[in-house]
Design a protein around this ligand. Structure first.
Ligand SMILES: *[C@@H]1O[C@H](CO)[C@@H](O)[C@H](O)[C@H]1NC(C)=O
Ligand SMILES: *[C@@H]1O[C@H](CO)[C@@H](O)[C@H](O)[C@H]1NC(C)=O
Length: 182
């Protein structure tokens, strides 16, 4: 799972877009997708986790053995425990959970936040992030590195239905300002 002390999210493939969908009543959920790299050379390259070949990503499974379930994950709607120091819990759905994501540089994540819960400042060197609030109220933001405008904070209060973008490589965070708990 995610190591919150690491400044980067470890995904098998790098990503250029991270889409997050969050919901908050008190506990907020989010979904994160990251996509990058040039177009695929084949329709798909479903991960073969048993291969010992070491490449940038997993080797492709035999296409004749690929099934619909290789592109499927269920349960992103399920609330996760936020009973920890940060009051947040990130559920990353990447290639380990959807083998068909292999080589796409794409992930989706859910984030649950307790009241006052924080997804602390971090960045994704090769990923932008699209963040959507499914439920609740969040304060989110990112900080620029551009020398023309200095370290400027772009932040906003978000509520259910809102979408916010965190540009690639910029430090960003989310904080649950909603008061309720499930
Ligand atoms: C995965 O890779 C291993 C080792 O190369 C191979 O024996 C196996 O048949 C592959 N599995 C699939 C489903 O392609
Ligand atoms: C996240 O939630 C899952 C399921 O509720 C739980 O097993 C896991 O320990 C939680 N992680 C953290 C960091 O609280």
């Amino acid at each position: 799972m995610l190591n919150l002390t690491n400044s980067t999210w470890r995904t098998n493939m790098s990503a250029k877009i991270i889409l997050i969908i969050a919901a908050s009543i008190a506990v907020i959920s989010s979904i994160c997708v990251s996509s990058s790299d040039p177009g695929l050379l084949q329709d798909f390259c479903v991960a073969n986790f048993t291969s010992t070949v070491v490449v940038n990503g997993y080797p492709c499974k035999d296409p004749l053995l690929v099934t619909s379930d290789d592109f499927f994950f269920s349960g992103i709607d399920q609330p996760r425990s936020t009973d920890n120091q940060l009051g947040s819990n990130i559920t990353v759905v990447g290639v380990e959970r959807i083998p068909g994501l292999n080589t796409m540089g794409l992930i989706i994540s859910r984030i649950d936040y307790a009241p006052g819960g924080l997804n602390p400042p971090h960045y994704h060197p090769r990923s932008s992030e699209v963040f959507t609030v499914v439920e609740g109220d969040l304060f989110v933001g990112f900080i620029t590195t551009n020398s023309d405008i200095g370290n400027t904070l772009y932040a906003k209060k978000l509520q259910k239905g809102d979408v916010f973008v965190f540009p690639q490589g910029l430090i960003h965070f989310q904080f649950n300002i909603g008061g309720k708990r499930h």
